[in-house]
Ligand binder design. Structure first.
Ligand code: SF4
Ligand code: SF4
Length: 401
């Protein structure tokens, strides 16, 4: 199928041709450096679960028409060419494997990546319910570079099923057991709040036992159905204790000679500052990264609505009405690109905003937005007190310039 479609396309297009075709002749640039650009594409709003923490609480869901998926992907590839960025596509939803043309979308990504000579990375973000032996075999045989993320919100059925529904733990584990012996890179994704807090500490062992490659523990963003879990959000102290423990686990895994276990995803946007002393090397190596909004993420919903990120539902346009390039120029995204200047409160005095904005700049914008309705407020779960290590003091000893 792949070969046939590729053969039908009469001539291979260069990146510049592709950009010119969509955005006008001569619009491509060779100036930008290579880095990933992530399209979080919700190809369907439909889902076979009703998780308590889901961002979505609507009941009426649709699939994105496949022609719209193709049009968005064309524009996305053109932007990646224009900015010399590696295309990274997260197929999400709802449950993306429910889209009736799921395989066609993967094929389309492969063919069009090849046509512009790009090595796209695709992630399938799934609850694992649909995974059968045949499905996993087909994924493994697909020529795209694909990784799969399965949500597991408890170390035990009792915890996970209370969040995701009866029997869902068994199915998620079965999906992981099908995936991990294959060549497909397999991630476990765990959303933490007070109901599964204790389990989160044991997730590195669970991930290792299941043979997963990567474990991501991420904080609850109380949107949609998840808004009802507001009271279950972790305190800054709980956040600090959990992520310090996970960080220590990762250090142990990386130092081990054999049987290392799943890597814990630490270099991420909502990983909190757990090493607050700027004079230590850990401050720059183990504290995560700033929010990627306006730089490396864009989210498109199945109805064409565009958000800066899936976890921050501020509509900045609709891709069925305007092109992606126009939406990318939205003033809010420009404000995010300079977030360190606009972030409020204690962050204005904090080293990790003033001196090292790439590390924090106010923490998780999505969580601040969910709690304060303002993404430029300090991350409410940030455990740092800048008055203990104020920005601008003892600069000669800072390692983070
Ligand atoms: S005070 Fe603000 S900038 Fe500093 S670590 Fe916390 S969220 Fe980040
Ligand atoms: S909005 Fe939240 S999840 Fe999205 S990039 Fe920013 S910190 Fe990360």
């Amino acid at each position: 199928m792949l070969q046939k479609s590729a053969e039908n396309d009469s001539q291979e297009k260069s990146c510049g041709d592709k950009v010119d075709e969509i955005y006008g002749e001569g619009s491509h640039s060779e100036k930008r450096e290579e880095a990933g650009f992530i399209l979080q594409l919700s190809i369907t709003g439909r889902c076979n679960l009703r998780c308590t923490h889901c961002y979505d609480d609507a009941e009426d869901h649709q699939d994105m028409p496949v022609e719209s998926c193709e049009n968005i992907l064309d524009q996305f590839f053109a932007l990646c060419c224009l900015w010399k960025r590696t295309p990274v596509i997260w197929l999400t939803g709802g449950e993306p494997t429910l889209h009736p043309q799921f395989w066609h979308i993967l094929d389309y990504i492969k063919i069009h990546s090849d046509l512009i000579n790009a090595h796209s990375l695709v992630a399938v973000l799934s609850n694992g319910i649909n995974f059968t032996e045949e499905f996993v075999k087909r994924l493994e045989e697909h020529p795209l570079d694909i990784y799969v993320q399965i949500s597991l919100d408890g170390a035990r059925a009792e915890t996970h099923d209370a969040i995701r529904g009866k029997g869902s733990f068994e199915k998620a584990v079965a999906a992981l057991e099908l995936l991990t012996p294959t060549a497909i890179e397999t991630h476990i994704h765990f959303v933490v709040h007070r109901d599964n807090y204790d389990d989160a500490f044991t997730m590195p062992d669970v991930a290792k036992a299941l043979g997963a490659d990567v474990l991501t523990v991420t904080r609850l963003v109380p949107w949609g159905r998840g808004g009802k879990l507001y009271e279950k959000m972790l305190s800054p102290e709980q956040v600090k204790n959990l992520f310090k423990s996970l960080s220590d686990d990762l250090d142990e895994i990386m130092d081990a000679d054999d049987s290392p276990g799943a890597l814990i995803s630490r270099a991420r946007c909502d990983w909190p500052i757990i090493y607050p002393d700027p004079s230590t090397p850990e401050a720059s190596t183990k504290n995560g990264f700033r929010c990627g909004v306006g730089r490396s993420y864009i989210n498109i919903q199945e109805n064409g609505d565009v958000y800066p990120c899936r976890r921050m539902p501020i509509k900045i346009g609709n891709v069925f009405e305007e092109d992606l390039m126009t939406i990318w120029q939205h003033p809010l995204l420009w404000k995010f690109r300079r977030k360190h200047r606009f972030v409020q409160g204690k962050c204005q005095e904090c080293f990790f905003n003033v001196e090292a904005p790439r590390i924090c700049s106010g923490g998780a914008s999505c969580i601040a937005y969910a709690v304060y309705n303002d993404p430029f407020q300090p991350d409410p779960q940030c455990p740092v007190d800048p008055s203990q290590a104020p920005a601008g003091t003892d600069r000669e000893n800072h390692v983070l310039h």
